[in-house]
Design a protein around this ligand. Structure first.
Ligand code: ZN
Length: 74
């Protein structure tokens, strides 16, 4: 079982966007995550992040999409 890399190194990482690591409650260590589109809202898209190793959901995030610019005028 590879446990060589230590998390939080930070230096010359160029693909940080998709190489996110989150603390997995089942693995009890920070694991690489997979992003899954959960639902699309007017305010953005909701993604769920699951552990790439065991599949446990480790978090979710709302990303603002291109649907911005809709101004609500009173
Ligand atoms: Zn896990």
């Amino acid at each position: 079982m590879p446990a060589g890399r230590r998390p939080g190194g930070g230096g010359g990482s160029y693909k940080d966007l998709e190489a996110t690591r989150l603390m997995c409650p089942r693995c009890r260590v920070a694991q690489p995550v997979r992003r899954r589109l959960l639902l699309v809202l007017p305010s953005g898209e909701k993604y769920s992040y699951t552990c790439a190793v065991c599949g446990e959901e480790v978090g979710s995030k709302l990303e603002k999409g291109a649907a911005e610019g809709v101004l609500w005028r009173p």
